[in-house]
Design a binder for this molecule. Structure first.
Ligand SMILES: *Cc1c(COP(=O)(O)O)cnc(C)c1O
Length: 415
């Protein structure tokens, strides 16, 4: 398709963009249990205004944009404070959880190569660790050694220790893992890494903000951050439970030495010395400014409030799943991620339930094995759960009447 010969007007453009959204999931109304996070119109407005104010600024070179140097430093400092990182902790803002994880894996490979001469590195990680680790291993030429999780879906430290060898450069744990929403036994896993003086990454993409504030709200949270000896890096996605605009995550390291393995410098071209902190070259200021703005707008008391709202909704959903015997909760959620399947998978196809929910305007994640539905419950769902459960009942009735089978769907698509 060639570009139109003459441009549309401003009004025509925004009318057309509005129309394009017509069939999208209505996330502002709390209809999406994945992909979007929303703590209300006021916070969305702060994020969007800050994004607009910095959408053309470029953090590739902060000599030209000292504003973005300050914004990045302040955001990273707040996150390392959340993570109990102490004065030596250091990090960078990235475009999202995947970039943070890619960098943690690349930094581990680099450290193994430089400090121990490892040429065929491997990563030991539970089967529950995010697909982004698989992508990182594929991109950067490491072997992914997946180790089965236990019956409680948590990583099995004994089996992980057995999978480690002299070429292991990284051990991974999650707080919480995405599929069933449980926290891995991080002290035991980090101890394996500490014994061998290798990297241990905690994937806090989902839990980084939520666990910090659940703990401040008085929930008993097992140790998971830099307070655990042996943890070398942690990823925290601000564009999830930080409730900021898309394109914002932090990769945090225990110290600058560990961080140094992720950065890249070259002068082997005709354009002079080129350094970059992460995967991207041009690094848009919009998502960075939006993160700074939302974090400072909410403050500690704001995050307490939105975290409590998300947790309240998650607990309400859990109670609703428990009250429906045809459904089976996969695990008591450690944060706000709720996964469930069929009590009898031969009698009920949960993907057909997801299809029936989507016909009613609700979008839930489909995952497996085993076939499960997954709800990333956040602040927008506070007060929405009764309506969801009513439609869930209607969906269950429809599916059992017709004994339909559903489509498996995907966490991410490639078109
Ligand atoms: C979302 C997520 C990621 C990947 O983050 P993106 O922002 O989607 O790139 C990694 N790990 C966990 C646990 C996640 O929830």
């Amino acid at each position: 398709m060639a570009l139109r010969a003459t441009g549309l007007t401003h009004d025509e453009i925004f009318a057309a963009l509005g129309e394009l959204k017509a069939n999208d999931v209505r996330w502002r109304d709390g209809r999406a249990f994945t992909l979007t996070y929303n703590a209300g119109d006021e916070i969305l407005a702060v994020a969007e205004e800050a994004y607009r104010a910095f959408s053309t600024e470029n953090a590739l070179n902060t000599d030209a944009f000292p504003s973005l140097r300050t914004i990045q430093a302040e955001v990273v400092n707040v996150v390392t404070d959340w993570l109990q990182g102490g004065p030596d902790a250091a990090g960078f803002m990235t475009s999202g959880g995947t970039e943070s994880i890619l960098l943690a894996v690349k930094g581990s490979r680099e450290r193994g190569r430089k400090e121990r001469g490892i040429s065929s590195p491997n990563v030991v990680l539970p089967t529950s660790a995010h697909a982004a680790f698989e992508k990182a291993c594929y991109y950067f030429g490491l072997e992914s050694r997946r180790v089965a999780v236990g019956d409680d879906w948590r990583a099995d430290p004994t089996a992980m220790a057995a999978a480690v060898d002299n070429d292991t450069v990284l051990i991974v744990a999650s707080a919480p893992q995405y599929p069933q929403g449980v926290i891995d036994p991080i002290p035991a896993i980090a101890a394996i890494a500490a014994d061998r003086d290798i990297n241990c990454h905690v994937d806090g993409c989902m839990g980084g903000v939520t666990l910090t504030y659940l703990e401040r709200l008085g929930h008993a949270i097992p140790p998971w951050n830099f307070s655990v000896p042996g943890v070398t890096s942690i990823s925290v996605d601000l564009h999830k439970y930080g409730y900021t605009a898309k394109g914002a995550s932090v990769i945090a390291y225990r110290n600058k030495k560990l961080r140094s393995y992720q950065t890249y410098l070259t002068d082997n071209w005709l354009g002079g010395l080129y350094g970059s902190s992460g995967i991207m070259g041009t690094k848009g200021g919009g998502s960075m400014a939006a993160a700074w703005a939302v974090m400072n707008f909410l403050g500690d008391d704001g995050y307490m409030r939105v975290t409590a709202a998300a947790r309240r909704a998650a607990e309400e959903l859990v109670a609703g799943i428990r009250a429906r015997p045809v459904l089976q909760l996969r695990a008591e959620p450690d944060t706000t991620l709720v996964a469930f399947g069929a009590s009898d998978p031969n009698a009920l196809d949960v993907f057909a339930v997801a299809d029936a929910l989507w016909r009613r305007g609700w979008y839930v994640d489909r995952q497996g094995p085993p076939p499960s539905l997954h709800c990333t419950v956040n602040a927008v769902h506070d007060g929405k759960i009764p309506e969801f459960l009513a439609d869930l009942d209607a969906a269950l009735a429809e599916v059992s009447r017709a004994s339909t089978t559903g489509t498996q769907g995907a966490y991410g698509t490639i078109d």
